[in-house]
Design a protein around this ligand. Structure first.
Ligand code: ADP
Ligand code: MG
Length: 336
């Protein structure tokens, strides 16, 4: 069984540094004037990098790394000291203002996506063994978990959350986006003039309308399939190539269809979403991956966000919001 996931990436993180992310997600920087400062680190089970320009940038880079680590220590489902570990253990807990805002936004995406986005499937992800020892589970076990999970089981009050046993809140689809929102606040505070921060497949473009992002080639043949110049904001990509394993010649990836309990199979290999808000870009990219192109496009319209859908047959569709901001560079793909 061939295994490819970010755990294996973790193992080689100290051996192959910056090159990895460059290969995964090419980002180009347009910085005029002063030299920019850079940092790279590993957090949230992925490779992170930051390039910023402005006053106080060395100190700000330290704050960025600390913020991502702090956030991981709050939302991790597996770290025993985290807030969300305790919430999942107890089936309830108090939420501070930020946490409450995250969960309300997530619940809204769950409802508006008709449940394609469902953050209660932590146990199902564990059953598939993503991030650990992946394997195709027994169908019965999948059905048993689905029967007791679902975002509808989450109760939120202004300051708290509660849910029945068997439900496990999984921040995996939004953690990187939330990190970008936290980082944006730091860049504001530090009066950074320009910056590009990437947390795995989620990228913050800050302070310049000319910053560009390379959209990863899901097939891994070229580095990227094209270049997006969306303006300031957050760009998140969900793809079946990001974390997957192979069993009996079939590939299984980590974005699950909450209706079936199996990896989503909506004809897409990747979806990139652009939003001013990091959490939304991250949640919506996951939701759109499950929904497929037509329904995903409609969902993005509801939120006023743009997207790029890459289909299994190599077709690339850019929503109206991003029209004229994406340039296809890999001719083995076709614009729709
Ligand atoms: P990545 O974390 O690789 O950037 P995503 O943002 O798309 O990719 O999030 C995928 C993660 O979200 C999975 O690893 C899992 O923890 C969780 N997840 C899987 N399927 C769903 C789903 N349908 N809705 C919400 N979260 C999901
Ligand atoms: Mg996501």
């Amino acid at each position: 069984m061939a295994v490819s996931n970010s755990n294996s990436l973790k193992k080689i993180k100290y051996v192959i540094p910056a090159v990895i992310l460059c290969a995964v997600f090419a980002v180009f920087f347009v910085f005029l004037g002063n030299k920019e400062k850079t940092a790279s680190f590993f957090a949230m089970d992925t490779y992170c990098s930051a390039k910023i320009k402005g006053k106080n940038s060395s100190e700000c880079l330290k704050q960025i790394e600390a913020a991502v680590t702090d956030l991981e220590n709050i939302i991790s489902r597996h770290k025993k000291s985290s807030d969300f570990y305790a919430i999942n253990r107890d089936g309830k807990g108090t939420l501070d203002k930020k946490q409450s805002a995250w969960l309300n936004a997530m619940l809204s995406v769950s409802k508006n996506s008709g449940g394609a986005f469902d953050f209660t499937l932590g146990e199902l992800s564990d059953l598939w063994g993503f991030g650990d020892e992946p394997k195709v589970p027994d169908d019965e076990d999948i059905k048993a978990i689905l029967s007791r999970t679902g975002y509808q089981k989450i109760s939120l009050t202004e300051t708290g959350i509660s849910f029945p046993e068997g439900v496990s809140v999984d921040m995996g689809a939004v953690g990187k986006g939330i990190a970008l929102d936290e980082i944006k606040a730091l860049l504001d505070e530090n009066k950074v003039s320009c910056g590009v921060i990437s947390i795995g497949g989620s990228i913050l473009l800050y302070g310049s309308d000319t910053l560009t992002v390379g959209i990863t080639d899901p097939a891994g043949k070229s580095q990227y399939i094209g270049i997006l110049t969306p303006g300031n904001g957050c760009v998140s990509t969900s793809g079946s190539y990001e974390r997957f394993f192979e069993e009996n010649g079939k590939k299984y990836h980590h974005i699950l269809n909450p209706e079936t309990g199996y990896p989503a199979d909506s004809g897409l290999v990747s979806v990139t979403v652009y939003s001013e808000n990091g959490l939304l870009s991250d949640a919506l990219s996951t939701a759109c991956f499950v929904l497929g192109k037509e329904k995903g496009t409609a969902l993005l319209k509801e939120y006023g966000c743009g997207g790029i859908f890459v289909e299994t047959d190599g077709g690339v569709t850019v929503t109206d919001d991003l029209a004229g901001k994406f340039q296809l560079t890999d001719t083995s793909y076709t614009m729709r």
